[in-house]
Design a protein around this ligand. Structure first.
Ligand code: CO
Length: 141
C-alpha cells in the first residue's frame, strides 16, 4: 500500500539556523519557509535527489511541535512520510486493522497542497507516520 518515502521530518528549535546548516554546511538546496497554520508549524524542505527532508519549527502557541521540542530541546526526528495512491482507501484499511488516525481521522491539506493524515506512533513502533496522497500522474519526476 505505501509507496515511496516522500520526506523525513526533523523538528528543530531554530528553523533559520537549521536551514542555513543544510544550505551552507551540507550544500543542499533548501526551499523558502512556508507557514502551515492548520498544522501549527513553519517548514522548509531540503530537496535531495531521492527524497526530501522537512525541517519544522513550532508556529503559534498551540503547536504540537512545542511539546515535542520541550522533550527534545536540541531537535529530533519527528515523522516519516510515505506516499499512498488513495488516502481514503488507506485510512479505511488501517482503521479496519485497528490503527489510529490522529485528529478527526479526516485527511487535511499538507505542505504540498495534497491530502495527508498522521498515524498514532504507538501503533507503528514509536514512529509518527504521515501518509500523503500522491497520484502517480502528479508524482515528481
Ligand atoms: Co511531513
Amino acid at each position: 500500500m505505501i509507496g515511496r518515502v516522500n520526506h523525513i521530518a526533523i523538528a528543530v528549535p531554530d528553523l533559520q539556523a537549521a536551514a542555513r546548516r543544510y544550505r551552507y554546511m551540507l550544500g543542499a538546496s533548501v526551499s523558502a519557509p512556508q507557514d502551515l497554520i492548520n498544522h501549527g508549524v513553519r517548514v522548509v524542505f531540503v530537496e535531495l535527489e531521492n527524497t526530501k527532508i522537512e525541517l519544522l519549527e513550532p508556529l503559534g502557541d498551540a503547536s504540537p511541535i512545542a511539546v515535542f521540542l520541550e522533550r527534545n530541546p536540541d531537535g529530533s526526528m519527528h515523522h516519516i512520510c510515505y506516499e499512498v495512491a488513495d488516502i481514503d482507501a488507506a485510512v479505511r484499511r488501517l482503521t479496519e486493522d485497528g490503527a489510529r488516525v490522529l485528529g478527526d481521522g479526516k485527511p487535511k491539506t499538507g505542505a504540498h497542497g495534497l491530502p495527508v493524515v498522521f498515524l498514532h506512533p504507538k501503533d507503528f513502533d514509536g514512529t509518527l507516520i504521515e501518509l500523503e496522497e500522491v497520484k502517480p500522474d502528479f508524482a515528481p519526476a
